[in-house]
Design a protein around this ligand. Structure first.
Ligand SMILES: NC(=O)c1ccc[n+]([C@@H]2O[C@H](COP(=O)([O-])OP(=O)(O)OC[C@H]3O[C@@H](n4cnc5c(N)ncnc54)[C@H](O)[C@@H]3O)[C@@H](O)[C@H]2O)c1
Length: 321
């Protein structure tokens, strides 16, 4: 019998990519509230479903549910009886978190509390939680190690740091086995439109000049490498007790200006200006991935220029259709 997994946020960029990669091996259920934080057409396309889901509670293995609605969550947990949860649902994005602090805290902190509580109440022992490089914040020697203390500088980073503290509590006091994966800027097909590469392509399509922040760099990680880390991490979690935390990145930072130059190689009329970075934006991210390499043989493979090429093909086919 296949193990049953419930993926929260399974309609999004990462959740739907994890679903596609793991659906042959596992019996997967998706829980998502299809929030129009960005165009829901992209989420419907990720799952190849029609908008009828928006008027219903459930279509096939997909539940339309808000993780803040504990009553409905408990009903879904009771109905599905998952062996494990992969918790991807969140309000993501650093800059938007300054404008929508309350919503970020209510979804990312209270919602995550509900996911952990529903797991405990329904005797689901294993939960994989997607955290973020944003928990590291400023003043850290690169590459960032999991042993560093958390020092977030944005509301989004704070919600992830608080969720990690809750994860530690649920593991030590409520007997939940939890794997925390700190993801470093994922990019590629299905990427969120607020993330850099997608944003630059959209600006170009709309003839808007892009803004690039000076002296910044990110440890861009191709979606397939991120999914590899999540799947291998999940299999490691099945044999692990307690809580473990791992970075999932490429360990190969790219300067933001070089991202713009790579885009211009593909879109020759792409134009941009340089500005100082905004509050909440870390100057750089850089993952030390030795822990994940040695625990579950995580090995990122994608070269950045090749990854941009894969994004480029997805962008053209998505916006043409
Ligand atoms: N994309 C990255 O580079 C990155 C980096 C670090 C961490 N993460 C984390 O990975 C996870 C997935 O990110 P993503 O980039 O795929 O974002 P996404 O916005 O594409 O996916 C999140 C999904 O969660 C759903 N959701 C939001 N609020 C919900 C709620 N209240 N109830 C139920 N579902 C809800 C959304 O509808 C969406 O489908 C998030 O937890 C994010 O913080 C992402």
């Amino acid at each position: 019998m296949k193990l049953k997994i419930l993926i929260t946020g399974g309609a999004g960029f990462i959740g739907s990519s994890v679903y596609d990669s793991m659906r042959k091996k596992y019996d997967i259920y998706i829980l998502d509230n299809f929030i129009p934080f960005y165009d829901i057409k992209q989420k419907l396309k990720n799952l190849e479903i029609s908008s009828s889901i928006l008027k219903k509670d459930r279509v096939q293995n997909i539940f339309n549910c808000d993780i803040r609605d504990y009553f409905s969550m408990k009903r879904i947990f009771r109905e599905v009886k998952p062996h494990a949860v992969i918790h991807c649902a969140a309000m993501a994005g650093v800059q938007q978190s300054f404008e929508h602090q309350k919503e970020y805290f209510s979804v990312n902190v209270e919602g995550t509390l509900n996911v952990f509580s529903a797991a405990v109440e329904n005797n689901v022992k294993k939960t994989l939680f997607l955290s973020s490089s944003s928990v590291y914040g400023e003043g850290r020697r690169a590459p960032f190690k999991e042993s560093y203390s958390m020092n977030p500088i944005s509301p989004y980073g704070m919600t992830k740091a608080q969720s990690e503290l809750m994860a530690a509590f649920f593991s030590s006091q409520m007997n939940l086995d939890i794997l925390v994966l700190r993801l470093f800027t994922l990019y590629g097909p299905r990427q969120r439109p607020d993330l850099l590469l997608h944003k630059l392509y959209l600006n170009h399509m709309k003839n808007i000049k892009s803004v690039i922040y000076k002296n910044t760099s990110r440890d861009y990680t191709f979606i397939d490498d991120g999914v590899q880390g999540i799947q291998k991490g999940f299999e490691f979690l099945l044999d692990t007790k307690g809580i473990r935390t791992f970075n999932i990145g490429s360990s190969n930072p790219v300067k933001t200006e070089d991202v713009a130059i790579e885009v211009r190689r593909r879109l020759p009329s792409f134009s941009f200006s340089l500005e100082e970075r905004k509050r909440g934006d870390m100057a750089r991210t850089f993952a030390d991935i030795s822990r994940a390499k040695s625990a579950f043989s995580y090995q990122p493979r994608m070269d950045f220029a090749q990854g941009v090429k894969r994004f480029d093909s997805w962008f053209n086919s998505f916006y043409k259709s």
